[in-house]
Design a protein around this ligand. Structure first.
Ligand code: TGC
Ligand code: FAD
Length: 394
């Protein structure tokens, strides 16, 4: 009988509106036509034409697409998730570019910034004419940002920032950095505040991190803040304490719930296609029960991952999503995606280790996705805390 797609098998489109399907299809077409033909080369050479791509992604309308006003499209959260899914089906690095721009940098300015900050940055960022980055992690503080050492001290009305941020996506290509720093405005982590830092400010530099074996089609950098002087107006005055950056993380993590499933789908489609044409012991690999068991089990997880993402999308669209619910999606979908990528690699045999197929690229990328935006252990602890009432982080 003729094979069905996973979307047909799970009747996934019946859960989406026509508008959501149209947005999904538009982003899929862009990904397949504009990015897919080049992505293996960009990954191999670790070179992403990010400035050019940002403008095209801006024209596509996906930068800050779920934000209202200031040139943003104002779509549903589910539509934003679907865009992430289609972009990550091509490469996690492209989804990262969009996540960091829209959900971390733009969201922080949109949610916590002054009217002047919004007017100055958001329209250009939505158009992809200005690129943003988000500096929370430090060399010694990743999972526990409360311990950050980067600090902002008053000098008259100005702020002087000193410190180092690490593993910052888009850092070296950014026009603006949202930097989180400890101040003496309050005690401990409650004193953490956000600053909007134009990257041409004296004292700011962003050396690129090289030799990554994962997310090679993505720019990752260190941010060095050496006496960066900013006016009082540079602070994100509405964000107080860790709630500021963690609220932005909820947005980006939500996109990853969808995105990771895109990478898994691409691996599964590649493996099914390969198994149908590859002959072993005189018949197609797809005709063996062991292969079909792998395919069926992976299809279950990809299908369930979609259902979980769509469900969380609906909860978020009602404005009711809790951080631990985002943790459920991020933990499950990234963990399953990485397992699927590895299983698909076995189906491709030796061909699976080359960049001729997307599978090993997705598998390697997903190692970063498992770690960033809260490691799987952080999300386990967040779910554990929600279910037991006990905080096991410390
Ligand atoms: P805790 O005491 O639990 O909370 C401190 C304050 O924050 C509030 N809060 C949240 N608010 C919004 N969303 C959340 N998810 C929140 N979680 C906590 C909380 O209510 C409290 O507010 P207030 O007003 O009472 O002060 O904080 P904690 O120090 O115990 O930390 C909790 C923990 C470990 C979960 C948190 O630190 C964490 O999530 N750590 C992981 C760090 C992380 O995910 N970093 C990601 C950096 S960005 C990145 O990776 C980009 S990758 C590129 C891409 O996205 O593509
Ligand atoms: P650590 O926090 O040192 O964790 C090491 C291990 O210890 C992990 O397995 C972790 O789960 C475990 N662990 C930690 N705490 C506990 C605990 N309480 N109990 C049990 N186990 C625990 N950050 C940004 O701010 N902005 C960005 O744009 C950004 N982009 C990134 C891009 C890439 C490609 C990568 C790889 C990272 C990026 N990050 C970014 C950083 C990322 O968020 C951190 O790497 C992540 O939060 C984990 O921090 P860490 O690497 O310091 O690991």
């Amino acid at each position: 009988s003729s094979p069905q797609s996973l979307t047909q098998l799970f009747a996934l489109d019946s859960l989406l509106s026509q508008e959501e399907i149209d947005i999904r299809d538009t982003v899929r077409k862009f990904g397949n036509e504009r990015i897919r033909p080049h992505i293996a080369q960009w990954f191999e050479e670790a070179k992403l034409p990010a400035r050019e791509l940002a403008k095209e992604l801006g024209q596509l309308g996906v930068l800050g697409m779920h934000l209202e006003g200031y040139g943003c499209a104002g779509t549903s959260a589910t539509a934003y998730g679907l865009a992430c899914l289609e972009l990550e089906a091509v490469d996690s690095g492209i989804r990262s570019l969009v996540s960091v721009q829209g959900s971390l940098a733009m969201f922080s300015i949109h949610h916590w910034g002054s009217e002047e900050q919004k007017q100055e940055w958001l329209p250009r960022m939505a158009a992809g004419e200005a690129i943003g980055c988000f500096g929370l992690t430090e060399p010694d503080f990743g999972s526990n940002p409360a311990g950050m050492r980067t600090n902002a001290k008053r000098d008259g009305d100005d702020w002087i920032l000193n410190g180092t941020k690490m593993w910052i996506t888009n850092g070296s290509i950014a026009d603006v950095a949202v930097v989180w720093a400890q101040t003496d405005l309050d005690e401990g982590a409650r004193g953490i505040r956000g600053f909007v830092v134009p990257t041409d400010t004296p004292g700011f530099s962003a050396p690129e991190i090289h030799s990554k074996m994962s997310l090679r089609a993505s720019v990752t950098s260190e941010l060095v803040l050496d006496g960066v002087r900013l006016p009082a107006s540079a602070m994100l005055s509405k964000a107080k304490g860790l709630r500021g950056p963690l609220s932005a993380l909820n947005e980006a993590r939500f996109g990853i719930v969808f995105g990771a499933i895109g990478a898994a789908r691409d691996c599964l489609e590649t493996a099914v296609d390969y198994a149908q044409s590859r002959e072993v012991f005189d018949k197609p690999l797809a005709g063996y029960q062991l292969t079909q068991a792998k395919i069926a089990d992976m299809a279950l997880e990809v299908g369930k991952g979609h259902l979980l993402a769509y469900h969380l999308g609906r909860i978020k669209d009602r404005g009711e999503i809790a951080p631990e619910q985002v943790s459920l999606g991020k933990l499950n979908n990234v963990r399953e995606a990485i397992a699927i990528a590895r299983e698909c690699r076995t189906i491709l045999g030796a061909n699976g280790i080359t960049l001729e197929y997307p599978v090993i690229r997705h598998a390697n990328n997903l190692e970063s996705v498992l770690t960033y935006e809260g490691t799987s252990e952080v999300h386990q602890l967040s779910i554990g805390r929600a279910l037991t009432g006990e905080d096991a982080f410390r």
